[in-house]
Design a protein around this ligand. Structure first.
Ligand SMILES: [Zn+2]
Length: 146
């Protein structure tokens, strides 16, 4: 059942709300997700209300440079990210771009991330090519990573 969750980083500098039925979490094994250990849930564009402007967060990009990982500059927690855009080869295979947010469910107040059903995402063996500038990013795309 959908409900509104309050979300924040550790120090509270970054706050957001998300309306979602968080019925599972995603665990991705790509190089950055593996080290980060976040439990992700994807929601549509309109499900997130930012209470802290994005420009107050630190942006990290890597690989295809189409994903956007947002961190609190004070405490270093990643509350959410924008998944990367599929490569041309993946689009040809039928991978659909994702338009929305990937929320770190560990940042949601009152959500028991550790006891949620896990969906494993295998990205370890998928080469991530550097495709900077090879297409225009359509806001909220990406199916490559969490
Ligand atoms: Zn913080």
């Amino acid at each position: 059942m959908k409900r509104i969750y309050q979300g924040s980083c550790h120090c509270g500098r970054v706050r957001f709300e998300v309306e979602a039925d968080v019925d599972h979490v995603r665990v991705c094994n790509c190089s950055v997700c593996h080290k980060r250990g976040a439990l992700i849930h994807r929601v549509p564009e309109g499900a997130v209300r930012l209470l802290t402007p994005l420009d107050k967060l630190t942006l990290y990009q890597w690989g295809s440079f189409t994903g956007e990982d947002y961190f609190c500059p004070e405490c270093g927690i990643l509350p959410f990210r924008r998944p990367s855009f599929p490569t041309e080869e993946e689009i040809a295979r039928g991978v659909k771009p994702f338009t929305g947010w990937a929320i770190n469910t560990r940042c949601l107040d009152g959500f028991d991330a550790a006891n949620s059903p896990v969906k494993s995402i295998d990205r370890r063996n998928t080469p991530i090519e550097d495709v900077r500038g090879s297409f225009e990013r359509n806001r909220g795309s990406g199916a490559l990573d969490s």
